[in-house]
Design a protein around this ligand. Structure first.
Ligand code: NAD
Length: 247
């Protein structure tokens, strides 16, 4: 049994990841600022779940989550930096406090959780970051969100270089359009620009599910990926590869 710390685990992709790791027999420390979502995980595996309600930007949050993993399960094997916020404006229209918020949640927090986790990790441990297709390509409306996700791609590669010698692998998943609270209204409303730029340009004829992304993260953290490091696994139904309308 390995111990996995997942941020943003109360809903969407993070919740699916928590369920995937629990189903794989692992122990999960599930972190989020929303307590309701975390509580539903107790039913899945009460003995192997440790919820922790915290804002990932709080100074003490990373150390508290890592300490919980060690206190409750005796070790930390995997960190998944999943918590994130979307809905940016064009960079030229963002206020300073919005820029700061995006950077704090999407970049600074993952860096700080990584630093705290490394202190508890041993050779064989691994980190999975959550980037985005917007880490590779700009798109109308993606704004500073795109900047933060490109930073996660850079962080993944840099951490793989820095911590590979210690036997720690660092990878990322880069989801395409995935149905969660972050996207569901735009998917369901048929918002023309979103349909044209994101949905109709995904070759595979559906949007992603949180489980699609969770399966990728589970693989990257597994023994089957034991020589994969510095890799960004794009899970997008072919959006990045094609970039052309389906119909
Ligand atoms: N849904 C998509 O289409 C998509 C595409 C690419 C990348 N992503 C990335 O996947 C990750 C998960 O997103 P999602 O789609 O599941 O969104 P979501 O909004 O459903 O879930 C995000 C979770 O992170 C938590 N969170 C956000 N800010 C937090 C904070 N300051 N402290 C503690 N918890 C916080 C939220 O409470 C929520 O539970 C994000 O990093 C997002 O950027 C999503």
């Amino acid at each position: 049994m390995r111990t996995v710390l997942i941020t943003g685990a109360a809903q969407g992709i993070g919740l699916a990841m928590a369920r995937r790791f629990l189903a794989g027999g692992h122990a999960v420390v599930a972190s989020d600022r929303l307590s309701d979502g975390l509580e539903q995980l107790r039913a899945d595996a009460p003995d192997r779940i440790a919820p922790i309600v915290q804002d990932v930007t709080a100074d003490s949050a990373p150390e508290e989550a890592v300490a919980l993993a060690v206190a409750r399960f005796g070790r930390l094997d995997v960190l998944v930096n999943n918590a994130g916020i979307g809905r940016a404006k064009p960079v030229g229209e963002e206020r300073d406090e919005d820029l700061d918020r995006f950077l704090a949640v999407n970049v600074r927090a993952p860096l700080r959780y990584t630093r705290a986790a490394l202190r508890a990790m041993e050779p064989g441990a691994s980190i999975v970051n959550v980037a985005s297709i917007f880490g590779f390509r700009g798109s109308a409306g993606a704004g500073v969100y795109s900047v933060t996700k490109a930073a996660m791609v850079g962080l993944t590669r840099q951490m793989a270089a820095d911590y590979g010698p210690e036997g720690i692998r660092v990878n990322a998943v880069a989801p395409g359009v995935t149905r969660t609270a972050m996207t569901a209204d735009r998917i369901d409303s048929g918002e023309p620009a979103f349909q044209r730029l994101m949905v109709n340009t995904t070759p595979f004829p559906r949007v992603g599910t949180p489980e699609d992304i969770a399966n990728g993260a589970f693989f990257l953290a597994s023994e089957e990926a034991s020589f994969i490091s510095g890799h960004v696994l794009v899970i997008d139904g072919g959006w990045l590869a094609a970039n052309a309308p389906r119909n």
